[in-house]
Design a protein around this ligand. Structure first.
Ligand SMILES: [Mn+2]
Length: 397
């Protein structure tokens, strides 16, 4: 076979990557094993960009056996998950300024109940105008213009901010921290980056923190959703369901196709759609609502009571309000509509994390878009803290 390229696909829980020199490396596990004939065969298929569903039944059965052997050898953990990596590359880098001036925290030091900001400053999945890599630090910098985290020395929690648009004091007693940026290293295989980001987010989940990942382009959602993920709430102008194409493993337009094809999420609920190209390629597990649908009284019916991860693409907002994004689509939400939608989503579900993506400072005007994104983020956090954190604290007392 020709010199193998990097591969990144899922075969019944077995994730293969970097098939090189007759050895097969398992994503995130930091181990490699001698490649069997079956693994070679799978690798050749992957080179042709075959989806695992395209394999002949015998091949799939053989792949399953391969998977079972690796599981028996302790390389893969329960439920097909690759065992957590002992180390997954460099720690996130400390940012010049932290979000809201919150304390910087190494991933190993995160405590339960903490709201943890994590930057994913990448453009490697951008198909349109680049610049999203500057998003995390732009939003951090802008966050300090109006809000600054001050801690109550008695409790360690933060002193509430008075935000009139949110009804007064918010986030009193909350524990915020910033774990820095997972930086893309020059020359690094793209799949390795997504693995490192995924490992960082998993560290937050493992510590029972609430991750808030600041993108970066929307391809990062491949790494940010928890495993398993009952439902993904996707606020976006686009449905991000582009077909998977050879050599384009990750990009911001096919991220949900990949998550669904790998059974990484149970359901995707799209809100605020204006551009649905790709919608027809996926026939199950997705539910779409346009901007107008959000005015209907029962628009949250599909997500009520579910455990959700929220993915907020800032292009769900109208570009007149938020011009700083790579693929703007006219006719979007106002900030007020978005905050109302977020508030309702948080109140009727059990959110486990959030990513905020596609803020592109190079397309912004005077930093306005970053400020708008911060207001949306603040609304989300204020309602989340009020509804889910404070209420559970009261129950525990
Ligand atoms: Mn998107």
């Amino acid at each position: 076979m020709s010199e193998p390229s990097t591969m990144y696909r899922c075969v019944e829980g077995l994730r293969l990557t970097d098939f090189r020199g007759g050895r097969l490396e398992l994503v995130g596990a930091g181990v490699s094993v001698p490649a069997t004939e079956m693994a070679r065969k799978i690798a050749v298929h992957f080179e042709k960009d075959a989806h695992w569903a395209d394999f002949a039944l015998a091949d799939v059965q053989e792949a399953k056996l391969e998977f079972q052997k690796m599981k028996a050898a302790g390389i893969i953990g329960e439920a097909g998950a690759v065992k957590p990596a002992e180390t997954s590359g460099p720690e996130p880098e400390r940012p010049v300024q932290t979000m809201f001036g919150a304390p910087f925290r190494a991933l190993a030091d995160i405590g339960p109940g903490e709201i943890v900001f994590l930057g994913a400053p990448i453009d490697i999945g951008t198909t349109g105008i680049p610049g999203a890599r500057f998003g995390p630090d732009a939003i951090r910098s802008a966050s300090l213009e109006r809000y600054r985290c001050r801690l109550d020395v008695a409790t360690g929690g933060m002193i509430a901010w008075n935000v009139p648009s949110l009804g007064g004091a918010v986030l009193g007693g909350a524990h915020l921290s910033d774990a820095g940026n997972v930086v893309y290293a020059a020359g690094e295989p793209q799949s390795a980056y997504y693995d490192r980001l995924s490992a960082a987010v998993r560290a937050v989940f493992a510590a029972k923190g609430f991750p808030v990942i600041l993108g970066g382009d929307h391809s990062i959602t491949y790494s940010t959703v928890p495993d398993p993920c009952e439902a993904l709430v996707h606020l976006d102008a686009h449905c991000d369901l582009a077909p998977l194409v050879t050599g384009h493993c990750h990009h911001h337009g096919n991220v949900l196709t990949r998550l669904l094809s790998e059974n990484r999420v149970g359901e995707v609920h799209h809100f605020g759609l204006r551009d649905t190209s790709g919608w027809d390629t996926v026939d199950a597990g997705t539910f779409g609502k346009s901007v107008g649908d959000l005015e209907r009284p029962d628009w949250t019916a599909g997500i009520d009571g579910k455990e959700v991860f929220v993915s907020l693409d800032v292009d769900v907002l109208d570009p007149g309000i938020l011009p700083g994004t790579g693929t703007p689509v006219i006719g979007g939400l106002t900030l007020r509509q978005l905050c109302q939608a977020l508030s309702q989503i948080i109140r009727c579900t059990r959110p486990v994390g959030l990513d905020l993506v596609e803020l592109c400072p190079t397309r912004d005007r005077d930093g306005l878009s970053a400020r708008v994104a911060i207001e949306a983020l603040l609304c989300f956090l204020a309602v989340y803290h009020e509804v889910h954190v404070k209420s559970s604290q009261r129950l525990a007392q």
